[in-house]
Write a protein that binds this ligand. Sequence first.
Ligand SMILES: *Cc1c(COP(=O)(O)O)cnc(C)c1O
Length: 385
Amino acid sequence: MNTYSYGRQSIDKSDIKAVTKALTSSLLTQGPLVAEFEKQLADYTTAKYAVVVSNGTAALHLVMLALGLSSKDVGITSPITFMASANCLQYVGSGVSFADIDPATALIDPQQIQAKITSKTKVIIPVHYAGQSADMKKIHSLAKAHHLYVVEDAAHAIGSKYLDAKVGSCKYSDATIFSFHPVKTITTAEGGAITTNNRDLYQKLIQLRNHGISRDQSSFQYSSGANAGPWYHEMQSLGFNYRLPDVLAALGISQLRKIDNYIAKRQKIVDAYRRALSSDDRFTLLKEESYSQAAFHLFPILLNIDRLNMTKTEIFFALAKKGIKLQVHYIPVHTQPYYRKLGFKPGDFPFAQDYYLRTFSLPLYPSLTQSDVRAIIKIIKKTIH
Ligand SMILES: *Cc1c(COP(=O)(O)O)cnc(C)c1O
């Protein structure tokens, strides 16, 4: 029996060769491949600057630090996301606020954001769920009107487009973050990146990624006297070790070369699912907005529970027996015990809660063949009733 998970990496000989070469070079970390990967990410997303880091969560954390978020501030994100989109605010002592989703797209709803803005709000973190961009023009204009930062969580959306711009171009935001976890569109095993067009933010990110250390002589404060020498460097802020090693940057460069092919394969699978499931009244598919050209990371579908005789739990067990290991994206973040302790309740965001009760994600990754996809569709149609 073939078994399918919701996502997995694609690694080929060229990736192995690139990593092997990096492993046998003199610098396993802090070498030239990091800068090369960053240049290619900036070119690909059309942003001015890219900073690669150890994972997507670190990317979110560093952006919050670099923007100066503090305990006086609050950020707004979607409840239907991976928890890191909210946790990054707590890391810097800021408050978390959620804005409910648009039930048609599962994307954060700009009107719901507007209703949540207060004098303490400092940043909006829209999530490009499943690969589809949030409505950035609307979010950007809200941010401008209220003097807020916008940080795009594009962990699902490398390669996607919003209107005529690549996600990550930061045309409507201060920064965008990506993740290169193995289930994402390209992988470095663990890894992440930030893109921005803001030079000051970029320099802060570079410093914070490496313990807050500066080696730029023009920035030194105490470089005379006993400190006059080539060894001298300064820790100017409290940073972290969030570096991506060269060995993994090598994998990233190799993966990025194949991204258009990965996306085309994902699109073909999505097209097949849509053809098979869009007119089946047991399911509802997410709406694709006309502004968006999504490079799909996930293919979540909604169960029309009131038309079914099985519960979602029964469906999961029945499909698992037939080799299809589904996943739910996501348990609404505000219902996690940590966030309940902060005062959130499941009913606070009714669209997110309804979405959670009905959604699961079908297998979607480039190495799925068309015959795999046909088999998955057949099992789903036969099993769910
Ligand atoms: C994967 C993911 C992250 C975090 O990325 P890691 O690299 O796993 O730390 C953040 N936000 C979203 C929406 C994600 O899916």
